[in-house]
Design a protein. Structure first.
Length: 249
């Protein structure tokens, strides 16, 4: 039986990009809603220079994983499949879904910084890898990234709409093996077939944050999920470091 996972993943990935939450529309509206102090920030960001520049759209796009990075079995989904076919958002975990479901009109001025994303699939049953990058001024991420982390930590179930049905995922804590990253294991089913995945957020610099998603049908490969996450983090950091070095010459 073939599962329409392309559409399932498209809806899930688009919701989990958290672009509005990471870029932040209102520091008080986002942070206070879940009890996070607006002045809090990660250790890495607080020790970074406040003058760090926001990456250009091209630089952020080139920092994403490509199909060739993961192997010959992978292909990139066309960009238009990243839009969910259902207009409703995820439910089941209010602190996190409130961030996901913020109205587009609440989003900040796009001039603040770019977003980039890619969805890579390794066949009809996966694995599927989604990577979503947000580039924003350090002050914006300082205010809003802690809210995303706090909401993810407290989440135990997320239900994602796909057409006329919902796919429920149970969430449990997971260690991606990289200091500073926050992650969950996702466990659900589609038409009775188990679907497992991993969701992680990480701040990769003062002006860049990442959301990572790994999904697999009828299997569960935590080490593979970690390996691809490591590759994603390394590529972003290496690309940004090379760009910074070139700019300083």
């Amino acid at each position: 039986m073939r599962i329409p996972m392309r559409f399932q993943l498209a809806a899930l990935a688009a919701s989990l990009s958290l672009a509005t939450a990471l870029s932040g529309c209102s520091s008080s509206g986002t942070s206070n809603a879940i009890g996070v102090d607006a002045g809090s920030s990660s250790a890495s960001s607080s020790s970074s220079s406040s003058s760090a520049s926001v990456p250009t759209p091209d630089l952020l796009q080139s920092s994403l994983l490509s199909a060739s990075d993961l192997g010959p079995d992978f292909t990139a989904q066309p960009g238009d499949t990243s839009t969910p076919t259902d207009s409703s958002g995820p439910s089941g975990c209010s602190a996190l879904t409130d961030l996901m479901n913020q109205a587009p009109s609440a989003s900040p001025n796009p001039a603040q910084g770019p977003d980039a994303q890619v969805i890579l699939e390794g066949g009809q049953t996966g694995p599927f890898v989604g990577e979503f990058l947000t580039g924003r001024p350090q002050s914006v991420l300082d205010r809003n990234y802690p809210a995303v982390v706090s909401a993810l930590h407290g989440c135990r179930q997320l239900d994602f709409p796909t057409g006329t049905t919902e796919v429920p995922f149970q969430l449990s804590d997971f260690d991606m093996g990289i200091a500073g990253a926050s992650a969950k294991h996702l466990s659900g089913s589609v038409q009775g077939v188990p679907v497992n995945g991993y969701l992680a957020v990480d701040r990769l610099g003062p002006t860049v944050a990442m959301v990572y998603l790994y999904l697999e049908i009828a299997g569960d490969s935590p080490q593979t999920a970690k390996t691809y996450f490591d590759q994603a983090v390394a590529k972003v950091q290496t690309t940004l470091q090379h760009a910074a070095s070139a700019a300083s010459v």
